[in-house]
Design a binder for this molecule. Structure first.
Ligand code: C5P
Length: 312
């Protein structure tokens, strides 16, 4: 599993900790728009070792029946004004996931206190909110001892959003299709090393899909080709990396275009935006190259910078 679960019990109190990763897209092709407005995608998602942490605790009686409480804390070292406010109510996917689980099992009395430690930047295209929600489904299934099967969790995940299913997967790389929710795990690929550069400005997924229509980009190959080459050569050639949403996002967010321009000037580095942005990714060959590039990029003050590798 991509997530790490740690559980302990003391008297009647149970605590469960879940570490859940971020994702990056190294290939994202838009195949078309469906009647329901969603876009049909062919994309490769890679889980990386940047984790949010959720802590689930029993709320002491009395008066806790049915309560879901969420408290979030940014663990990113940055001025407060650079970090978006995380809603702690029903707008947060964590609360939505908990409420959906309760409805699904018909147990309105279930309660929990959730502490969310955020290291994955928001409005980044790194699946942070989706990862947290997927961790909530997995975590509460254990915490509340619901005994739901993985296929049931997948169905609930798809109801909550397009990116959650990937985080329920067991391999760090998956080919994702449909609106992103249909996943095919790809085992045994060589590790991937990258540096994430996230400008302090963000973009909503919807805004980027809207911008895509004005600045559509396409390639004539599919994710299968990228995966076949990755398998054969133990790396992804820069020439195959692609994100159809990048041109539109660069037009509506000048920070994205600035970062991608900077990355295009670096030797032996491939720059790409991940998902719907605004985080950009520099693919490098080794962990050492990643650490060195991260030091260089931090000095440029583009925003949040972290060196990562595919996780497991
Ligand atoms: O499914 P999710 O909540 O992540 O999507 C947020 C928004 O992004 C959708 O309401 C839709 O406007 C857009 N989207 C899309 N096609 C996708 C995924 C998301 O148009 N495959």
């Amino acid at each position: 599993m991509l997530m790490r679960l740690i559980e302990w019990k003391r008297d009647t109190i149970t605590t469960l900790i879940v570490h859940t990763p971020a994702k990056i897209n190294v290939f994202l092709k838009v195949l078309g728009q469906r009647a329901d407005g969603y876009h049909e995608l062919d994309t490769i998602m890679v889980a990386v070792n940047l984790y949010d942490t959720l802590r689930f605790d029993t709320i002491p009686e009395p008066g806790s029946t049915g309560q879901i409480t969420l408290t979030s804390r940014w663990m990113i070292d940055a001025p407060q004004e650079n970090l978006p406010v995380i809603p702690d109510d029903g707008r947060n996917l964590v609360v939505k996931a908990a409420e959906l689980l309760k409805r699904y099992v018909g147990r309105p009395e279930l309660s929990v206190s959730v502490l969310l430690f955020k290291r994955i930047p928001a409005e980044a295209g790194m699946g942070g909110g989706s990862s947290d929600a997927a961790a909530t489904l997995v975590g509460l299934n254990r915490f509340w001892q619901l005994g739901l099967r993985v296929d049931e969790l997948h169905a609930l995940a798809a109801e909550l959003g397009s990116d959650l299913n990937f985080f329920l997967s067991s391999d760090p790389v998956a080919k994702c299709s449909g609106r992103g929710e249909q996943i095919e795990p790809i085992p045994d690929l060589a590790p991937l090393y990258a540096v994430i550069i996230k400008p302090w400005s963000g973009l909503s997924t919807k805004a980027v899909f809207d911008a895509y229509h004005a600045h559509a980009m396409n390639v004539d190959y599919a994710s299968d080709r990228v995966l076949a080459v990755w398998k054969k050569e133990s790396a992804i050639p820069g020439s195959l990396v692609f994100n159809a949403l990048q041109a539109g996002a660069s037009r509506v967010n000048s920070d994205v275009s600035k970062i991608l321009k900077h990355l295009s000037l670096l030797p032996q580095t491939t720059g790409i935006m991940t998902g719907s942005g605004t985080a950009c990714v520099a693919l490098v060959r080794t962990a050492d190259e990643g650490a060195q590039l991260a030091r260089h990029l931090r000095i440029q003050q583009h925003g949040f910078v972290v060196s990562v590798r595919s996780s497991l």
